[in-house]
Design a protein around this ligand. Structure first.
Ligand SMILES: [Zn+2]
Ligand SMILES: [Zn+2]
Length: 75
């Protein structure tokens, strides 16, 4: 099986770098597929790492105070 190493950003899964195919002896035959090997790089690309891009309005909700602390039934 041929391998092609594709480096992707681990955050946004964009392609960082595509290596050339490492062919095996059956390369180019019918029905032969190239196995893609994904290598994650530990950051986002310049498009998705831009600050301020994801400014979602957070609802000002307080934490729910419905925490019931039930102690275990001891005998
Ligand atoms: Zn192959
Ligand atoms: Zn990206």
């Amino acid at each position: 099986m041929c391998y092609k190493v594709v480096e992707r950003y681990s955050v946004c899964k964009c392609v960082y770098f595509q290596h050339s195919i490492d062919p095996c002896s059956a390369y180019g035959q019918r029905g032969h597929s190239v196995q893609e090997k994904t290598v994650l790089v530990g950051y986002a690309c310049s498009r998705h790492s831009a600050r301020g891009a994801s400014s979602s309005p957070t609802a000002g909700r307080g934490p729910d105070s419905g925490y019931s602390s039930s102690k275990g039934s001891y005998r």
